[in-house]
Each structure stands twice: as structure tokens, then as C-alpha cells.
Design a protein. Structure first.
Length: 195
């Protein structure tokens, strides 16, 4: 996002003001002051129309006047600075206030960015918490299936021991005779040899 800043210096109007002040001509000072005020209002409108384009820019702009005398004159004009902000969304800054204004805006933008990121982090943590609950359910089902398989293997071992005890009195036969009597078991014997 861009922050529109434009420098304006109504030099002729300001020179007329300085000359009128040097001559101590109050009517000329007032006329030059009004001219500066009108010129700054026109420039504020120009900045708004030309540079302020949300969401690509901030919804306000900054007008920089390069001399303290011009800035002080603008501040002396009743309602000028507030009107520029209200009507045109343009802040007026001078040489001594530019850095302070930019620093304040930077801190504000960082705070907003942190708040936005913290909201995103909380949302991600909420999603992880939800998913963790589902993971716990899947883990419990897996444990149940493993317990069932373990119990089935235990039962098969018990039956194997019972059959072995029963068959103790039967005499074993040679390997060749086993293959002749039980031909389907030869494949399993070959697989066991490979393992």
C-alpha cells in the first residue's frame, strides 16, 4: 500500500505575504494569507484526486510545505488544516512535523499488521485444535483395531499351543512325505526359505 505525499510551495503567494509583512500592510497580509489558504485547498483537492486511490494507497494523503513560515501561516488560518483533512483527506505537514508524522504512521501501520497477523495466527490455531480432535479420534480407532488384531493373534497362539499339545503323541513325518500329503504347503515353505 502506498502513502501519497506531495510537496507544494505556493511561492508567489508566500513572497507577497512576506513583502506585505515587511511593509507592515495589514490588508495586503490578509489578502496574501487568503490567497495561500485558497491555493493550499486547491492543492489538497488535487492531491486527493490525483494520488489517493484506495486500496492501492492509503485513504488519505500528505501535503508537505517546505518552509516553517508557510507551515506556520497555514496553521494560523482558522479551520484550514482541519478542513483539508475533513474535505480532502489530506494532512498538512512542515519540515519539523514530517518525520514525526511518518514515524507515527509507520508505528500505526505496524500495529495494524500485527493485529491482523495475530488474528490469522489465532484462526490457524483454532483449525489445528479442531484437526487435533479429529486426529485423536482416528488414533483411538487405530488403537482399537490394533488391540483387536493383537487379541486375534493371542487367540491363534493359544489354539496353536493346544493343537501342539494334542499332537505331541503323533510322530513327525519326513519333509518329502509332508509335500506328498500336503502339496499346497510347499509354496509356503519356499517363501519361508526366501525370508
Amino acid at each position: 500500500m502506498w502513502l501519497p505525499i506531495d510537496a507544494k510551495f505556493p511561492r508567489e503567494d508566500y513572497e507577497r505575504l512576506v513583502e506585505a509583512q515587511e511593509r507592515a500592510d495589514p490588508l495586503a497580509v490578509e489578502a496574501a494569507g487568503r490567497a495561500i489558504e485558497n491555493r493550499l485547498r486547491i492543492e489538497a483537492r488535487t492531491i486527493r484526486d490525483k494520488y489517493v486511490a484506495p486500496p492501492h494507497t492509503t485513504d488519505f494523503g500528505i501535503m508537505f510545505v517546505p518552509t516553517e513560515g508557510l507551515y506556520a501561516e497555514a496553521l494560523r488560518r482558522p479551520g484550514l488544516v482541519e478542513g483539508m483533512q475533513r474535505e480532502h483527506k489530506v494532512m498538512l505537514v512542515g519540515p519539523t512535523t514530517l518525520l514525526a508524522t511518518l514515524t507515527s504512521l509507520q508505528m500505526g501501520f505496524r500495529t495494524l499488521a500485527l493485529e491482523k497477523r495475530s488474528a490469522e495466527v489465532w484462526e490457524v490455531l483454532g483449525a489445528v485444535k479442531t484437526e487435533f480432535g479429529r486426529f485423536g479420534e482416528v488414533l483411538a480407532k487405530t488403537k482399537k483395531k490394533l488391540d483387536e488384531a493383537s487379541n486375534t493373534i493371542d487367540a491363534a497362539e493359544r489354539r496353536t499351543r493346544a493343537m501342539t499339545r494334542t499332537l505331541k503323541s503323533v510322530e513327525a513325518v519326513s519333509e518329502g512325505r509332508v509335500q506328498a500329503l500336503l502339496p499346497g504347503l510347499a509354496e509356503f515353505a519356499d517363501e519361508e526359505d526366501l525370508a
